[in-house]
Design a protein around this ligand. Structure first.
Ligand SMILES: [Zn+2]
Ligand SMILES: [Zn+2]
Length: 387
């Protein structure tokens, strides 16, 4: 398939998926449409225990190993959208009220469909197997963990995934070794005081100033306890107490998020936040209920495979640059815990950032993304089959 035909085909798919966004774990129509396109191209869809999303497989016909152990490379795209009301002004804007592909996952899955079509054509050059992973529920719905639990990736030697970058020029490939997406934690602190009359505070244990002190003191965890060379962030995003003007409430609630570039650092911030909160609680004679959760690990790009991605992109005449680490989370990190892999980005020059109602992914580099995915699978399997 020539580049122009590929680009036209993928733009058609991309616009269809952009019109029909579905939220995490609700990607039913999306999955049906992906399956339809793969079926038409004669590409095998595996029987995997997933409610939404799917895994397809292309088995190469070149150099079957005598040992019978196939080399396997997985290519991953996420497929879910967000609860955002689109204001892009596009003629192919979302037709599903309150749901929008505002993170570009429609671009990812269309590019992966393109790679599937290319790899299907080039099966004779493929010394191994490619698994095409259309992952559900990346936006906080536990998609990667569902896929891992299904066991479908157990035989995979390497994994590659892509994300669009709103702020990079269309087609620029940005990738770096190590962590590029943060480990994400969420926390909840409930302050258990004693309510009473607003006029007689001495008879109560007011949780409101305790909450205020915790919010203030916690600002020093990142600014005073962490090296300026280590990136981390801590934000209180939900503060709640009381319901009227003359009653001291019984309890106060604080919620928020914190992020760092390693799971260990994330756990350390959680530990400090708990220490600070409990210390203030003791001083103010209240109890607290502290809990936190790791929502996503930090991504961790394999250094040697990152070089391989850069070389493969350059060999195709593509411009590459180091990627700028971001505090956003990405559940591709879960695959990288057991499978060496690389998460790379491609510029789509959006006027607005990710998750914004005015986010627009330029479809122009779709064929480039598809070709690079396919090239990584082919060159990766060639390299693996020589080892
Ligand atoms: Zn997102
Ligand atoms: Zn995303």
């Amino acid at each position: 398939m020539d580049k122009e035909t590929l680009q036209q085909t993928l733009e058609g798919h991309f616009k269809w998926f952009h019109r029909h966004p579905e939220p995490s774990n609700g990607e039913r129509e999306t999955t049906t449409q992906i399956r339809r396109i793969l079926d038409e191209a004669g590409i095998e869809v595996l029987d995997v225990n997933l409610k939404t999303g799917l895994v397809a497989r292309i088995q190469g016909t070149k150099n079957k190993p005598e040992t019978g152990i196939e080399r396997v490379i997985a290519l991953r795209a996420d497929i879910d959208a967000l609860p955002v009301t689109e204001e892009s002004g596009l003629e192919y804007a979302s037709e599903n009220a309150g749901v929008m592909h505002a993170c570009g996952h429609d671009f990812h899955l269309s590019a992966l469909l393109g790679a599937a079509l290319l790899l299907r054509e080039q099966r004779e050059d493929l010394p191994g197997t490619v698994k095409l992973l259309f992952q559900p529920a990346e936006e906080g719905g536990g998609g990667a963990r569902q896929v891992l639990a299904s066991g479908v990736l157990q035989d995979v030697n390497e994994i590659y995934g892509l994300h669009v970058a709103a702020d990079l020029p269309p087609g620029l490939i940005a990738v770096s070794p190590g962590a590029t997406h943060a480990a994400v934690g969420s926390f909840k602190i409930i302050i258990l005081g004693k309510g009473g009359h607003g006029a007689y505070p001495q008879q109560s244990r007011d949780p409101v100033p305790v909450a205020a002190q915790i919010v203030n003191a916690a600002q020093t965890i990142v600014s005073r306890n962490t090296s300026p060379f280590e990136h981390s962030v801590l934000s209180f995003t939900h503060v709640e107490a009381g319901n009227t003007w003359n009653v001291i409430p019984e309890t106060a609630l604080l919620e928020g998020t914190f992020r760092a570039f390693s799971d260990e650092k994330l756990a350390w911030i959680a530990h400090r936040l708990e220490q600070v909160s409990r210390g203030i609680a003791v001083a103010c004679e209240v109890e607290i209920d502290f809990s936190w959760e790791m929502c996503t690990s930090a991504t961790c790009n394999d250094p040697a495979l990152t070089d391989f991605v850069i070389e493969t992109a350059k060999a195709r005449g593509l411009e590459t640059a180091p990627s700028v680490p971001g505090m956003g989370g990405e559940d591709f990190a879960y695959y990288q815990k057991t499978i060496p892999g690389v998460f790379w980005t491609i510029g789509v020059g959006s006027p607005q950032g990710h998750h914004h109602p005015g986010f627009i992914a330029d479809p122009a580099p779709l064929s480039t993304a598809a070709e690079l995915l396919a090239a990584l699978a082919i060159a990766g399997l060639q390299r693996l089959s020589c080892n």
